[in-house]
Design a protein around this ligand. Structure first.
Ligand code: GAL
Length: 335
């Protein structure tokens, strides 16, 4: 009997610790603790995204409700991010918003957050079902999230890739600058583990092919979403293939900014003898689309995505039911 009592006592103590979350209330003011983990602060698009998360939480505060938001930089290091998640758990966060460094580690990270009883909003990098050899199993997107307190907020990268292809297909020469009947292009990819990179690469070209346009890939390199890498890859390809390159596809705008510099340095002119497309619609790139130094881009709606993520986090804080997946549309941007 005494043993049973001790076991029950221990269970109560442990569970009280585990479920210590819940807004702190002091003189009628509720303060929720929110942990936000970003894969890497040094990323143009995720910088806009994370600043908007912070700004939007502020706008939702009232005299009686406050959000104490802690935001941390995963430095593109999964071990570092895993430690940060452990700290969030120890700190008793009421909700966590997480931009995974590696989606292949999603299961382990989700499991420990769920075990701690903390609701979780995943953003930007969707966890897909992976086979043991690391290849993606689930092509359907809405794959693995089933827990009622875990969701993903993002955009369908197939749509952004198709828009990139469409921007080129709808040009008067359909991207065939030298009129040889084939669109010769180079592809500059983001982090290859990222479904955004995989699908943008695939669907931009698929769109052209579906329109009956012939394509020829001269070069396909990984630029890891980074401007400097985009510039280096594009400069090397221009040196090697010269005028043969008719279109430069970049999986994102940061790399397109780098590519634009390389194109200019090589004495080529976007819109005249080469085309350049990106994704994100960074302010600089929208300006470049307007003045013709970029052919087009695709709006990756960081406002819509960050607001949705925060709104869902608030629903979770209130204990309201949520969906497992929330999608925000991309928008094609041309002159
Ligand atoms: C993409 C975005 C990239 C980069 C990446 C990070 O959606 O287009 O610029 O931020 O997310 O995962």
């Amino acid at each position: 009997m005494r043993k049973v009592f001790m076991v029950l006592l221990i269970a109560v103590v442990v569970l009280t610790g585990v479920f210590a979350q819940g807004a702190q209330e002091t003189s009628g003011v509720k303060t929720y603790k929110v942990g936000v983990g970003i894969y890497q602060f040094d990323d143009n698009f995720m910088t806009l995204y994370r600043n908007e998360i912070l700004a939007y939480f502020k706008t939702l505060e009232t005299a009686n409700v406050k959000y104490n938001v802690t935001i941390v930089d995963g430095k593109n290091d999964m071990a570092e991010q895993s430690n940060q998640v452990d700290n969030f758990i120890t700190q008793g966060m009421d909700v966590i918003i997480l931009n995974l460094v590696q989606t292949s580690s999603a299961d382990a990270i989700i499991d420990k957050i769920v075990a701690a009883g903390i609701p979780l909003v995943l953003i930007n990098r969707e966890p897909l079902a992976y086979a043991k050899d690391g290849s993606t199993l689930d092509e359907s997107y809405e794959g693995i999230l089933k827990n009622p307190k875990v969701c993903y907020v993002g955009a369908d990268a197939r749509q952004s890739g198709s828009f990139q292809g469409r921007i080129i297909a709808e040009l008067p020469d359909h991207g065939d600058v030298n009129k040889d009947g084939v669109v010769s292009y180079i592809m500059i990819e983001g982090d290859p583990e990222n479904i955004d990179a995989q699908y943008r690469t695939e669907f931009s070209i698929k769109y052209l092919k579906d329109q009956g346009i012939k394509v020829n890939c001269l070069d396909d390199q990984v630029g890891n979403w980074a401007q400097a890498k985009g510039q280096e890859i594009c400069a090397n390809a221009l040196a090697k293939y010269g005028k043969d390159i008719e279109v430069v596809f970049c999986n994102n705008d940061a790399m397109a900014l780098g590519a634009a510099a390389a194109i200019q340095a090589a004495g080529r002119t976007v819109g005249k003898d080469i085309y350049l497309v990106g994704v994100d619609a960074l302010d600089e790139c929208v300006e470049m689309v307007k003045n013709g130094t970029m052919t087009g881009t695709v709006l990756n709606d960081h406002i819509g995505q960050s607001h949705t993520a925060v709104d869902v986090a608030v629903e979770l804080l209130l204990g309201n039911p949520i969906k497992n997946y929330y999608w925000v549309d991309y928008v094609m941007v041309t002159k």
